[in-house]
Write a protein that binds this ligand. Structure first.
Ligand code: HEM
Length: 254
């Protein structure tokens, strides 16, 4: 049988060898409420998931800063590798939201009383991340569009050669898509834990979260695909000839 008092004491006083000292494990494990004061045992996972997400957002924001510098230096391959790291971070952030769904709605109500007026909307990492795509888009335009007068239609369609201008644009839209997937999963989490119809801390969770989910960082990159579909479509009209033998005029709409 486990002696829970002893377990908690050991959790709160880690043995600090060089590994622990280098990683500041004592300070890290001190960032959660003392175990004796948890509103419910689930509060520890609630705090840790949010803290881990803040750490991932710190790393993502820092890495976007590195990427901007590498793009400026012309180190595109390294920038693309780091984009891959940021994308992986966003995927993990999204996946890790599911941990909170192991908590019952009842237990969450007890935790919610502890939050004061705090809301995820105030997340420092999230607010910082929201400010970074705009300067990255300026960098992209300054590198690939403005000096030559090239357009996104050239990069994606009329002058398509799958070059670095295309690869960096795809890395940007991947960021946009993954960020929105995080928001979409978070909306399901809210549905499942407190319900979207309820009055949230800010009083307007549904509007706020839905508006966020519709946002796009790089609208031009989304628009170029629709413009391509229209341009190519103009060559065959709205409906394409059927590819089924002996059948005319029923496009699939794909
Ligand atoms: C039981 C779990 C959770 C509930 C019930 C919840 C609830 C909410 C609600 C209602 C909002 C809208 C703002 C407001 O009215 O307060 C919000 C926003 C937000 N939450 Fe959560 N949340 C949960 C977990 C998380 C987690 C684990 C994260 C991880 C980072 C997170 C990050 C955010 C962010 C970034 C926003 C702003 C979203 C945007 O502006 O699009 N939330 N949350």
């Amino acid at each position: 049988m486990l002696d829970k008092t002893d377990l908690h004491a050991r959790l709160e006083a880690p043995v600090m060898k060089d590994y622990g000292v280098y990683l500041a494990v004592d300070r890290l494990l001190d960032c959660q409420k003392p175990l004796a004061t948890l509103a419910t045992p689930d509060e520890l996972q609630f705090q840790i998931v949010h803290q881990v997400e803040e750490l991932w957002m710190k790393l993502a924001a820092f890495t976007l800063g590195e990427i901007d510098g590498l793009l400026a230096e012309g180190q595109i391959m390294r920038a693309l590798t780091l984009f891959g790291r940021v994308h992986m971070l966003l995927r993990m952030m999204t996946e890790q939201l599911a941990l909170i769904e192991t908590m019952s709605p009842y237990d969450y109500q007890a935790i919610r009383l502890q939050l004061g007026n705090g809301s995820g909307q105030e997340s420092p990492g999230f607010q910082l991340l929201l400010t970074l795509p705009a300067p990255l888009w300026d960098r992209y335009r300054a590198l690939y569009l403005e000096p030559t007068g090239r357009t996104l239609a050239d990069v994606y369609d009329t002058g398509y050669v799958h070059d670095t201008a295309y690869m960096v644009a795809e890395a940007l839209i991947e960021f946009d898509e993954l960020f929105q997937k995080f928001r979409a999963h978070h909306i399901y989490l809210v549905h499942r834990s407190i319900g979207m119809g309820s009055k949230a801390i800010s009083g307007r969770a549904v509007e706020l979260l839905d508006a966020g989910a519709r946002h796009r960082f790089f609208p031009e990159l989304w628009a170029v695909r629709a413009a391509m579909t229209d341009r190519w479509g103009a060559e065959y009209g709205v409906k394409r000839p059927s590819i089924r033998h002996g059948d005319a005029g029923h496009g699939s709409g794909i």
